[in-house]
Design a protein around this ligand. Structure first.
Ligand code: G3I
Length: 404
């Protein structure tokens, strides 16, 4: 997902030397990395009198808003903060669950609503884990997101032998109707179509060469939104994608294709309400251009679409071993990115892809060569806030919009 870039020579030397020192340090000292000290004391608190509205959270005039949690700070600016998590984590780690409920106002199942999880066979749906998470959200007053209805990845094994040009529309429609109706009324927003743009595939309009494109052509996107809207007229319907954050040739091309797709959908009156910026960022990437990102967000907003940051994390794979250096850089990236995105009034929510470094897809998919545990999220492995937590908090605090 992250593209390679040319680092300046001095930085290469610096990173190379630091990594070497890291590998040696790791070999010498196999003990668990210490958590860095918490730079600011965390106070306890809850949001009282918070009312979720379609595009945000409104705080009642008499609400006692705590200054501590991310969800409370977000809510005072009309924003929703939350995170992705998995059934196996929330059902087994009570300490994590407590922290999740302290910090988050919205939960998104990391995998449990994807085809690969919900469709054990071509004629069966299994909602066991999704239902557990929906109940968990309801019982604990969390909003609940749906992720995702149409994606090229994490499809079940039977898909390849079973779905074809003749039956693809029937499969797509039936899947969306069944899943969306099953959770209708409980979902804040659905990622209806995920990652449909991928210019390197060299398809017309920068579209990804997914099975859906192959079987149905571009219209599968419009169809998916229409079926979802009928099945749950309340849910916010989202187009979600990654690698639209940096000032690189590839990401500029992708932003262009995404904008054109959104324009085509709006012209067809497709029921789409928001874009999801996944925001899987990389701490070693320096080509961040606030003006380019700001312009992209303005273009989206001028189409009448809302903006959600749906999967934010900051990979530290290419940074030095020293966790203090990594934490500072990761926090800086959160701050730089969020200060731009939160400046745009159309932004309604920020979700991180996980809450604690203990549970992140990056441990497996972007592991560090020196084997040091990755640190991409707001809380460390011991559930303590890191500098990244404080960057997110201060980005929320600095937003000029309030709901009072
Ligand atoms: O399904 C098996 C399960 O039966 C088994 O118990 C488990 C043991 O490890 O493996 C299971 O599947 C894994 C699945 O996550 C559930 O844990 C897959 O191997 C693994 O590849 C899968 O990874 C997920 C990936 O999407 C693919 O679905 C990551 O956790 C998840 O963080 C990642 O999330 C994606 C978003 O959906 C879209 N945007 C990018 C983001 C990161 O890639």
């Amino acid at each position: 997902m992250f593209e390679k870039r040319a680092l300046p020579r001095r930085e290469v030397l610096y990173l190379g030397l630091s990594s070497l020192i890291g590998v040696i340090a790791n070999l010498v000292n196999k003990t668990h990395e210490p958590s860095p000290p918490d730079p600011l004391p965390r106070q306890e608190g809850r949001i009282r009198g918070a009312i979720a509205t379609r595009f945000g959270i409104r705080i009642a005039a008499n609400a006692k808003v705590a200054e501590s949690s991310l969800k409370a700070r977000a809510a005072t600016k009309g924003l929703i903060y939350g995170a992705a998590s998995q059934y196996k984590t929330l059902s087994s780690n009570a300490a994590f669950t407590r922290r999740f409920l302290e910090e988050c106002a919205i939960l998104v199942p990391e995998n449990e609503l994807k085809w690969g999880a919900v469709r054990p066979s071509s004629d069966r749906f299994d909602f066991t884990q999704g239902d557990w998470l929906a109940r968990f959200a309801r019982k604990n007053g969390l909003l609940f997101r749906g992720h995702t209805l149409v994606w090229h990845a994490y499809l079940p094994d039977w898909f390849r032998e079973t779905v074809n040009r003749q039956n693809a529309e029937q499969f797509l429609t039936n899947h969306i109707e069944t899943v969306v109706k099953h959770y209708a009324g409980q979902i804040h927003s659905w990622d209806v179509v995920n990652e449909a743009i991928y210019p390197p595939d060299r398809q017309p309009n920068g579209l990804r060469k997914s099975p859906w494109l192959k079987f149905l052509g571009e219209d599968y996107i419009d169809l998916a939104f229409r079926v979802a809207a009928q099945a749950d007229p309340q849910a916010i319907l989202v187009y979600n994608d990654y690698d639209i954050d940096y000032d690189t040739r590839e990401q500029e091309a992708k932003r262009k294709s995404v904008l054109k797709l959104l324009e085509r959908l709006k012209a067809k009156k497709t029921p789409i309400h928001a874009i999801g910026l996944q925001a899987h960022l990389s701490a070693a990437e320096t080509r961040f251009n606030p003006n380019k990102l700001r312009k992209f967000l303005e273009d989206i907003s001028s189409m009448g679409l809302k903006i959600m940051v749906t999967e934010m994390d900051v990979a530290d794979r290419e940074l030095p071993y020293d966790y203090k250096i990594r934490d500072r850089r990761v926090a800086q990236v959160y701050e730089d990115y969020l200060s731009v995105v939160l400046d745009e009034p159309a932004t309604i929510a920020v979700l991180t892809w996980g809450l604690s470094d203990r549970y992140t897809w990056l441990s497996k998919h972007r592991a560090r060569p020196d084997k040091a545990p990755v640190r991409p999220l707001p809380l460390d492995r011991d559930l303590q806030p890191k500098l990244a937590w404080h960057s997110i908090a201060s980005a929320f605090d600095s937003r000029s919009l309030t709901v009072f």
